[in-house]
Design a protein around this ligand. Structure first.
Ligand code: 5AD
Ligand code: SF4
Length: 475
């Protein structure tokens, strides 16, 4: 999943004011000699989750988070390389940081994440005011890089590890609503989709110790959190071997272990890969009420030839069969998708196959993009990016229009139904309303009642629906 808006939090939905409040409650900023860091995150949820690991590492060396970059000693930007636009946004932000640095000499600027990994030393040549460049597997080195930068020595660490999972680091939750949190369960990706830069920026796939995941979930539950989202580029290939018992924990086993932390702790996960999602996972989901009935299952394209070029290793029929299996095993499950339009050599007919797949799968929502060639990827090396930009955009608009219609129809069908909702906080529009999600990950807004608070589960009956939100009332 992808987010192009900078926030200090892993959750796009939290309003700005709230973030700040929780932020400062979390860690006192009045310790002697305490310094301040400011961090912005772009890209996928994994990146937001990584920023919380970085925050924890910084906390250990007496840095406290601030929401005001003007007063910070260290400005960090956790970057994304997935599309050219994401990188353009980061460069624009760096211009702003340069100004802060001019007004406040001594402030250090660090570039983290995927763009750091992609550009490495080149970053320091291109962006003169950057002091450190740190790839996704090198965050433990940040204290050393800071110390060197304080001595005027710029540093780069973009070493990609085969083992690093940060399993022992307890993330410092940034801008949290105190109810929902992300847990990173694996890192990297071995899939080599031809359009994707991730295998190059995040390295080889590795799974985190299952017990450390359960321990993190338990700790969050004890602190009042009621929902965890297990994160990985391809969660269905999660595999961890217990060195003591030699037993292997697969993804179905893992979600079951986390589900058993408490029936009041909801489990979500992202992202599932159509080639790897098993019926075992689906049956495990079905047999635990607290594992949410929602699967993000990116199709990318609905056409078998294009899927082959994309190196997705499944075809249209395979994907349809997986969708059928999901709906057979969990008739109330929602499915969402990622879609790319205008991939190399895609014809109009092949584009139509993507449209018909949106209808077939009846996606509750999708993240939709036009193809953006990324240097170094398989597609950049092997194929010509030959679809004109206007065509890519026109196809994208067709995909968006259809998805909106399907989402609207899908949401209209929820009118009259009653859902169990986890209250996350005030709605965006009014402090007289709460918002929360149902199991299917749909946001429902409803009027408050005395005695209820975020973290409570309530039954809400839907009476109104747009393509984006549901409105309901407590029952
Ligand atoms: N161009 C456009 N979209 C891309 N994605 C990944 N790489 C590219 C690219 N080069 C999309 C895919 C992926 C999502 C995170 O971003 O749909 O699932
Ligand atoms: Fe996440 Fe991929 Fe962007 Fe890296 S390039 S931040 S893995 S979406």
């Amino acid at each position: 999943m992808y987010n192009n808006n900078p926030t200090l939090t892993g959750n796009k939905e939290i309003d700005e004011k709230k973030q700040g409040e929780v932020f400062f409650q979390q860690k006192g900023s009045d310790k002697p000699n305490q310094k301040k860091f400011y961090i912005e995150s772009y890209g996928c949820q994994m990146n937001f989750s990584d920023s919380e690991i970085v925050a924890s590492i910084l906390n250990e060396i007496n840095y406290a988070p601030t929401r005001n970059m003007e007063e910070s000693d260290l400005i960090l930007i956790n970057t994304c390389s997935i599309r050219e636009k994401a990188e353009d946004t980061v460069r624009k932000r760096l211009r702003i940081f340069d100004k802060v640095k001019e007004n406040r000499p001594g402030t250090l600027v660090g570039v983290l994440g995927c763009m750091a990994e992609r550009l490495k030393e080149k970053f320091l040549e291109e962006e003169r005011l950057v002091d450190m460049v740190v790839g996704p597997d090198a965050y433990r080195d940040i204290p050393t890089l800071i110390a060197n930068a304080e001595d005027g020595e710029k540093g780069v660490n973009v070493f990609l590890s085969r083992e690093e999972t940060y399993a022992d680091i307890s993330p410092l939750r940034l801008g949290t609503n105190g109810i929902t949190a992300f847990i990173s369960i694996m890192r990297g990706c071995d899939n080599m989709c031809s359009f994707c830069v991730v295998p190059f920026t995040r390295g080889r796939e590795r799974s985190r110790n299952a017990f450390s995941i359960v321990a993190e979930a338990t700790d969050l539950f004890q602190k009042g959190y009621r929902e965890v989202t297990l994160l990985g580029q391809n969660v269905d290939s999660y595999k961890w071997k217990n060195p003591e018992s030699e037993e292997t924990v697969n993804f179905a086993n893992l979600i079951e272990m986390v589900a058993k932390v408490s029936p009041d702790l909801r489990i979500r996960f992202s992202t599932s890969h159509p080639k790897d999602i098993t019926d075992e996972v689906l049956h495990t989901m079905a047999s635990h009420e607290n594992i949410c009935k929602y699967i993000h299952l990116p199709v990318q394209s609905g056409n078998s030839r294009v899927l082959k070029l994309m190196n997705r290793t499944y075809d249209r029929e395979w994907y349809k069969e997986r969708v059928q299996s999901i709906y057979n095993i969990m008739p109330d499950c929602a499915i969402s998708s990622d879609i790319i339009t205008g991939f190399c050599t895609e014809t109009e007919e092949e584009h139509q196959d993507t449209l018909s797949m949106i209808e077939y799968a009846n996606y509750s929502m999708s993240y939709m993009f036009f193809y953006s060639e990324r240097p170094g990827t398989l597609a950049a090396r092997k194929y010509t990016d030959d679809i004109p930009l206007e065509t890519k955009k026109r196809r994208l608009n067709e995909v968006i229009r259809l998805q909106n219609q399907i989402s609207f129809k899908n949401n209209q069908a929820d009118i009259g139904k009653t859902f169990k909702v986890l209250i996350e906080g005030d709605s965006k529009k009014s402090d007289k309303e709460f918002k929360g999600r149902n199991s299917q990950n749909k946001m429902i807004v409803f009027s408050k009642k005395d005695g209820l608070q975020p973290g409570d589960y309530v039954q809400v009956k839907v009476f109104e629906a747009t393509s984006a939100t549901l409105k309901g009332q407590l029952v």
